[in-house]
Design a protein around this ligand. Sequence first.
Ligand SMILES: Cc1cc2nc3c(=O)[nH]c(=O)nc-3n(C[C@H](O)[C@H](O)[C@H](O)COP(=O)(O)OP(=O)(O)OC[C@H]3O[C@@H](n4cnc5c(N)ncnc54)[C@H](O)[C@@H]3O)c2cc1C
Ligand code: FES
Length: 283
Amino acid sequence: MLREDAKKLQLTSVVDNRPLTSDVYHLILKAPGLAAASKPGQFMMVKVAPGFEPALRRPFSLHRLDQETGQVEIIYQVLGKGTAILAQRKPDEQLEILGPLGNGFCLREGERVGLVGGGMGIAPLLAAAEQAVQDGKEVVVFLGAKSGEYLLAQEEFERLGRVFVVTDDGSVGEKALVNKPLEEYLKNQQLDLLLACGPTPMLKAVASIANAREIPAQLSLEQRMGCGVGACLGCVFPVKADTSEGFIYKRVCHDGPVFWAHEALFSVPTEMNKQGGCTCGES
Ligand SMILES: Cc1cc2nc3c(=O)[nH]c(=O)nc-3n(C[C@H](O)[C@H](O)[C@H](O)COP(=O)(O)OP(=O)(O)OC[C@H]3O[C@@H](n4cnc5c(N)ncnc54)[C@H](O)[C@@H]3O)c2cc1C
Ligand code: FES
């Protein structure tokens, strides 16, 4: 780990860690240094337990930042070993974290900001929405989840601006994917900037909607991560570039996790996939 990253290693203490649904938890940490240094869209690597079980830290987006109280919040879904251990951590226990990491959202442009969140991808958008409102911008929020109980922080978003919700099962809002209300909204209204986080198919749909209408859009990507600090190359993602191949790989942890939609390539061009085959193109 580089010295500048090592400085981001800090001990925090658990303020609260309680379930919001059967498998989604809300963790509040006392971490004044992290709260002061972070911006929306950044993430931290959490060592869920001391020792080597598991050895690797796990990445989580910053859901909420409060510089006054020095608290940082995340919302996480229990998926495997690491998050199951994290769910058992109790108030006053210490937790080692590395952060803030990554670039975060850029909120300089635009008066009206659209935020599009799918599933756990809703989590990092609250800090961004709070920052945008604090900066005097209007926010319009589009949330999608598998069912109503997974529409995270809906009430908090409703305090900040207009909110459209959809679910996969129709339990709350229309039974639809979250790009549907976004497209409907854009038939009659304008957005100056879009911020999105969620599953890859959702991000692809948002990128295509934004690119077709020339709306600047920032996508927060999730890749499996090893180190979180740009060293292992385990999290690379192709982005358009002025090279002979037309793209380069960037590290989601170090160069992202936020990328412009017009740069994002969700798969490498097929011409590159043919490399290694014979000159007639067969492989
Ligand atoms: C920048 C970033 C921000 C993230 N923010 C959040 C967040 O705010 N809330 C949240 O719940 N999760 C978030 N994640 C995903 C989270 O890091 C993983 O769910 C977690 O590391 C799983 O650890 P585990 O040990 O429980 O699961 P593992 O045992 O490591 O894996 C269990 C299952 O989860 C899948 N998985 C693991 N990591 C990822 C990943 N990055 N993306 C998709 N699937 C994965 C595995 O393929 C496997 O099927 C984020 C990931 C990144 C890269
Ligand atoms: S996780 Fe190691 S380079 Fe990104």
